[in-house]
Design a protein around this ligand. Structure first.
Ligand SMILES: Nc1ncnc2c1ncn2[C@@H]1O[C@H](COP(=O)(O)OP(=O)(O)O)[C@@H](O)[C@H]1O
Ligand SMILES: [Mg+2]
Length: 167
């Protein structure tokens, strides 16, 4: 059964903090499928995921490459399918190489890869609610991701220094 968690952030830093928490919960093999319009904060969230994995640099949008990799406690593969024209391009780059137990994979514009990305994943939908407010909805697909959503919800409850709200 899918689990759902909705979190509201009020600044880019809060979105990064949320990502950092998510990254800190990763144990390897996680796949995050991010969707949402331009400027909703997908890249900020991925930067945070990197920090939570111990990556020391800012993840930036891979403009001319589809994928970038970062070294932390686990590898972070950051894919951005924005410029993808045809689904075959993902197959051609051998996307399976980014899904393994020693790494986590975060994919922006994941809807463009539907059908060839793992069916088990954490889907993350970002929405711009005006000014700096963002609604970020986590939906689990698969048992391990339900457990992840449960742990994320639990951790958010304990991180009172971060000014976010969740349901
Ligand atoms: N709560 C928020 N979370 C994330 N980004 C925010 C937020 N409020 C404002 N912003 C701004 O929105 C933009 C998000 O950029 P980015 O993360 O690159 O989005 P995307 O990758 O979805 O296109 C940045 O300019 C950032 O400063
Ligand atoms: Mg982006």
């Amino acid at each position: 059964m899918e689990s759902k968690l909705t979190v509201y952030t009020g600044s880019p830093q809060e979105t990064r903090n949320l990502g950092r928490l998510l990254g800190s919960l990763a144990s390897g093999g996680e796949v995050y499928l991010l969707t949402g319009n331009l400027g909703t904060g997908k890249t900020h969230l991925v930067q945070g995921i990197g920090f939570g994995l111990g990556v020391k640099e800012y993840a930036c949008s891979p403009s001319f490459m589809i994928a970038r990799e970062y070294h932390g406690r686990l590898m972070l593969y950051h894919l951005d399918l924005y410029r993808l024209d045809r689904i075959e391009e993902i197959v051609d780059i051998g996307v399976e190489q980014y899904f393994n137990n020693n790494s986590v994979c975060a994919i922006e514009w994941a809807e463009k890869g539907s059908g060839v990305l793992p069916a088990e994943n954490l889907s993350i939908e970002l929405e711009d609610l005006g000014s700096d407010k963002r609604r970020i909805t986590f939906i689990s697909h698969g048992e391990r991701y339900s457990e992840l959503v449960r742990r994320l919800r639990e951790s958010l409850g304990h991180k009172s220094e971060v000014a976010w709200n969740f349901q």
